[in-house]
Design a protein around this ligand. Sequence first.
Ligand code: HPA
Length: 255
Amino acid sequence: MQYLPKVGIVLGTGLGELATQITDSQEIPYQEIPNFPVSTVEGHSGKLIIGKLGDTKVFAMQGRFHYYEGYSMKEVTFPVRVMKELGVETLLLSNAAGGMNPEFEIGELMIITDHINLFPEHPLRGKNYNELGVRFPDMSCAYDATLRAKARAIAERHGIRIKEGVYVGTQGPTFETPAEYRFFRTIGGDAVGMSTVPEVIAAVHAGIRVFAMSIITDLGVEGKVVEVSHEEVQRIANSVQPYMTLIMKELIQVS
Ligand code: HPA
C-alpha cells in the first residue's frame, strides 16, 4: 500500500453512493481479511475500499456488522480496531434512525451530538487492551464538537436543513413499539437506531475522533407512529442520500 489514510468511513445507510466517488481505489473483500466478519444484511455488501475522496485519503468500510445479525460486540467493533492499527484518526459514520423528537420530519438529517447505549452487551466488556485505550474511557464528548460545527456550517451553506440530537442505540431487529419510542424520548433520545454506538465506543476508546449523522427515515413521535419496514427505511434513505453524501464529502476535505 502506498499510503495509509487518516480518515475512516463506515458507509452505513445513506452513504452507499460515496463509495462510487472514491478514486485511485483498492478494494479488499472482507472474506480476504483475517478475522473480519462477513456482512449478511440486505442492502449491505462487504468490502474495504482504500482510496481518495477529493484530496483526502480514506479508508471506507462498505458493509458494517450489526449486533442483531448475531455478531458479538468484539466482531462488530473489530473493523474499528483494524482502522486504528492502520493509523485512522477520524471516523465518520452514518445510519438510518427513527425520529422521536416532535420537531423532526421524515427525510431530515440529524447530526449526532451524543448517544444513549442500550445494547445488552458492552463492546469494551472483558479484558482491556491498554495499548488500544484505557480501562474506563471518558465519554463526555464522544462526538467531536469541531466536526459537528463544520458539518453544520456545510449544511447551512448548501441550504440543507439539519437537526442535531441524541441517538439511542438498541439491539433491534424489531422496530420500536409506540411505548418504546415514548420511553426512549422520555430518557432523552431524539432518534433511535440499531447501529453506530458500538463502533463509536470502540473508536472513542482508541482515541479516534468521531462524527456521525442519521437520516430520519420514520417517526416514533407520539400520535405519528405508523407501520415501518426495512424497504421504506431504505427508500427514504436513498432519497436523502445525495445530501448526506455532499456533507460527508465536504467534511472529509476539512477534517
Ligand atoms: N427504530 C430503530 N431503528 C431504525 C428505525 C427505527 O424507527 N428507523 C431506522 N432504523
